[in-house]
Design a protein around this ligand. Structure first.
Ligand code: ATP
Length: 244
C-alpha cells in the first residue's frame, strides 16, 4: 500500500471538525478519488497528508512510514501536491517553474528528460516556455501546476480539484491527462467535486460527507449498491463505470 490513512480526524481550532475517523488506502499504481460536496473535508484530507495541518487523531503512512505530523518527513518529499489554487510560481516563467519541479533531484539529465516528457504531454507549455506564469490562462496554469508536480516522478500525486472553474474543453483535456497518468501507472489521490468524471477515471472512490465522514467506498459498481451514496451523489455511480 502506498498511502494508508487510518481513522484520521482533523479539526480547525477547537470548534470545526473537518475530517472524522477517515480510513482510506491507495495501492501502487492506483487512481483513487475522494468525492463529495462543498465542505465535505476533501481538501483538508490532502493537506493532512502533506503535513500542512496537524492530525487530531489517527495516523497517515506512506510506504509504511508515518507522515501524519507537521514534522519534516523525508518520505513526504516524494509526494507531489497540486493545490486547488496557486500551484504555480506566478513570478517565474513556465520554464523556471518546470525546472523548480526538479530542484530536489540531483540527476539533472533525468530532470531534463522529464521536462521534455511533460512538454510532450502539455504542448501549450512548450509554446509559452519563456512566458511569465501569471500571464497564462487558468487552464494553462493548471497544466503547468500538474506538469511541475510530475517532474519529481512522485511516489504519490495528490490533485486537489484540478478542473475547478475551468472551461469544458480544458476539463476534458485534464481528465484525459489523468487517465493517461493512470495508464502509465502513476499512483494518484484525486479530490474532485465532479463525481461523475472522477468515477470514470478512477479505480476506486471514497465518498466523503461533512464533517469528513466516509459514507461509502469502492468501485463505481460497488458504490451503486450503497443506497446512502446514491442518494447523496444524486446519480447512479454505475453510469460512470466505463473504466471499471
Ligand atoms: P470544497 O469542495 O468546497 O473545496 P472540501 O470538501 O474540500 O470543500 P474542506 O475545504 O476540506 O472541504 O473544508 C472542510 C470543512 O472545514 C468546511 O466546513 C470548511 O468550512 C472548514 N475549513 C476549511 N478550512 C478551514 C480553515 N482554515 N479554518 C477553519 N475552518 C476551515
Amino acid at each position: 500500500m502506498v498511502l494508508h490513512i487510518d481513522d484520521v480526524s482533523v479539526q480547525y481550532g477547537a470548534a470545526v471538525r473537518a475530517v472524522q475517523g477517515c480510513t482510506l488506502e491507495v495501492g501502487e499504481g492506483q487512481l483513487v478519488s475522494v468525492i463529495g460536496q462543498n465542505g465535505a473535508g476533501k481538501s483538508t484530507l490532502l493537506k493532512a497528508v502533506m503535513g500542512l495541518i496537524p492530525l487530531a487523531g489517527g495516523s497517515i503512512r506512506v510506504d509504511d512510514v508515518q507522515v501524519g505530523s507537521r514534522a519534516f518527513s523525508p518520505v513526504r518529499s516524494q509526494l507531489s501536491y497540486v493545490p486547488e489554487r496557486g500551484g504555480v510560481f506566478a513570478n517565474l516563467s513556465v520554464g523556471e517553474n518546470l525546472r523548480l519541479g526538479g530542484v530536489a533531484c540531483k540527476d539533472k539529465a533525468a530532470v531534463a528528460a522529464r521536462i521534455e516528457r511533460e512538454l510532450e504531454r502539455f504542448p501549450v507549455l512548450r509554446k509559452y516556455w519563456g512566458r511569465g506564469a501569471s500571464l497564462l490562462s487558468g487552464g494553462e496554469q493548471q497544466q503547468l501546476a500538474i506538469a511541475r508536480a510530475l517532474i519529481l516522478d512522485p511516489r504519490l500525486l495528490l490533485l486537489d480539484e484540478p478542473t475547478l472553474g475551468l472551461a469544458p474543453i480544458i476539463i476534458d483535456l485534464i481528465f484525459d491527462v489523468i487517465a493517461g497518468l493512470r495508464a502509465e501507472g502513476t499512483t494518484i489521490l484525486l479530490v474532485e467535486q465532479n463525481a461523475m468524471r472522477a468515477l470514470e477515471v478512477s479505480d476506486r472512490a471514497y465518498v466523503l460527507q461533512a464533517p469528513g465522514k466516509v459514507l461509502g467506498a469502492g468501485t463505481a459498481a460497488e458504490l451503486q449498491d450503497i443506497p446512502a451514496v446514491v442518494d447523496y451523489l444524486g446519480f447512479a455511480p454505475s453510469e460512470a463505470g466505463a473504466s471499471q
